[in-house]
Design a protein around this ligand. Structure first.
Ligand SMILES: *[C@@H]1O[C@H](CO)[C@@H](O)[C@H](O)[C@H]1NC(C)=O
Ligand SMILES: *[C@@H]1O[C@H](CO)[C@@H](O)[C@H](O)[C@H]1NC(C)=O
Length: 389
């Protein structure tokens, strides 16, 4: 699984070129799962550069080979695929041992289904130098052991993990990890970024809208929505009179838009009438300056049109005009006013421009791969499981 070291020349060239605006990462996520039938455990592994998957291996696939999942991977040579395939097959074998070992640490019977997950990878600064490495394992969905990337020592999160910790310390696994994470991983990340630069190094600025929503109990919230941006890293902040409002702000996790870009929103709650004290600040790599947006009550031009329409109708007949205005008001969105949202989170409770934009509120069929969020939950994985034994 771990790619071999490549020549140093690439690193120097890329740093000199200074091509990278933001931080980048390469991560692998592996899962090994035992089975109730007599088949071997299944081993599955995927590799990501930033938020883009680029390889995968599935021990149950017909070929049992590491397979490309990104177009730029056609630029690596055949040796790469041979190596990666061999290492993945080896990892699959070692995970069988790992599952056995962990089953015995936990005193579990042979009949259950158990899962080891492993996540590891590296992150680089915009200038291309090593920023951080990480490595974590989970067993049956619970944190098991992780590598402290400052000290390169293992932390047994679960009491049973002291077994693995001791064995790995005896074999100096963390020193090998350090060399991999700080050198090999970084070099390969550079190589992938170079090969896939059209996709990986592009930046798409967010388009941002602020909408207003009122709840059943009369409270009001402003929602700041950003969409269409790449990379996924973004900062949305609500300010009241220029001061950050972290406590009253609700965020959703950044999520994929389905077209390779990302979306996110942040909402802040307030008493009605306070809206003009708030502004939304948006920071993203593709923006030279942070954006600052406020809620704009419905566009006057819409009301002008409504007014003219009403006026014309009044000339025809006051009764009909009255009815039309009433209907327009009642249908809310058409008139340009916000519609009180019954369900704050539903896609319906938007203003007219959001409806026009449409895509804002389309629910996302694709969910963010869990591992795309570095700091959150554990995606554990594992690799050199020979060390577990
Ligand atoms: C394993 O579990 C069984 C049944 O719960 C128990 O009898 C046995 O003492 C346990 N063994 C260890 C080593 O904990
Ligand atoms: C790259 O940037 C990081 C953080 O900004 C800095 O600590 C590091 O010294 C830089 N490395 C090089 C080689 O310029």
């Amino acid at each position: 699984m771990k790619p071999y070291i490549i020549s140093l020349g690439l690193l120097e060239i890329l740093i000199l070129k200074g091509t990278w605006a933001g931080s980048h990462s390469m991560r692998y996520f592996s899962t090994a799962m035992s089975r109730l039938d007599l088949r071997e455990p299944r081993f599955f592994s995927v590799g990501y550069v930033d938020d883009q998957q680029f390889v995968r291996f599935d021990s149950y696939s017909e070929s049992q080979r590491m397979e490309p999942r990104a177009a730029w991977m056609d630029k690596v040579d055949q040796d790469y695929w041979e190596r990666e395939t061999q290492m993945s097959r080896k990892a699959a074998q070692s995970y069988c041992v790992g599952l056995e070992n962990l089953r015995s640490y936990y005193n579990q019977s042979e009949t259950g289904v158990h899962i080891i997950q492993h996540m590891y990878g590296c992150e680089i600064f915009p200038n291309g130098s090593f920023k951080s490495g990480f490595e974590q394992y989970a067993y049956d969905g619970k944190d098991y052991i992780c590598l402290n990337s400052e000290t390169y020592s293992w932390t047994a999160i679960d009491p049973q993990a002291v077994n693995s910790k001791r064995k790995w310390e005896e074999r100096s696994i963390s020193e090998k990890e350090k060399a991999y994470l700080e050198e090999t991983c970084v070099l390969w990340l550079h190589k992938h970024l170079e090969n896939g630069k059209e996709l990986l190094l592009r930046t798409d600025p967010p388009s941002v809208r602020v909408s207003r929503h009122s709840g059943p109990d009369g409270e009001v919230s402003l929602r700041c929505r950003a969409q269409g941006f790449y990379p996924a890293e973004i900062s949305l902040t609500w300010l009241r009179d220029g001061e950050e409002q972290l406590q009253d702000t609700e965020f959703i996790e950044t999520r994929p838009g389905g077209d390779g870009t990302f979306q996110k929103w942040a909402a802040v709650a307030m008493a009605p009438g306070q809206e003009d004290r708030y502004s939304c600040r948006v920071q993203h790599e593709a923006l030279a300056q942070p954006l600052s947006l406020r809620w704009e009550p419905e566009a006057p031009s819409v009301w002008v049109i409504v007014g003219v329409t009403a006026g014309v109708l009044v000339l025809v007949t006051a009764v009909v005009a009255g009815a039309v205005i009433l209907r327009r008001r009642n249908s809310g969105g058409k008139g340009g006013a916000y519609v009180p949202a019954a369900d704050k989170d539903s896609s319906q409770g938007s203003d007219v421009s959001l409806i026009a934009t449409g895509v804002w509120d389309i629910p996302f069929l694709l969910s963010t791969p869990k591992h795309s969020n570095l700091s959150s939950r554990l995606h554990e994985q594992f690799q050199d499981l020979l060390g577990t034994g």
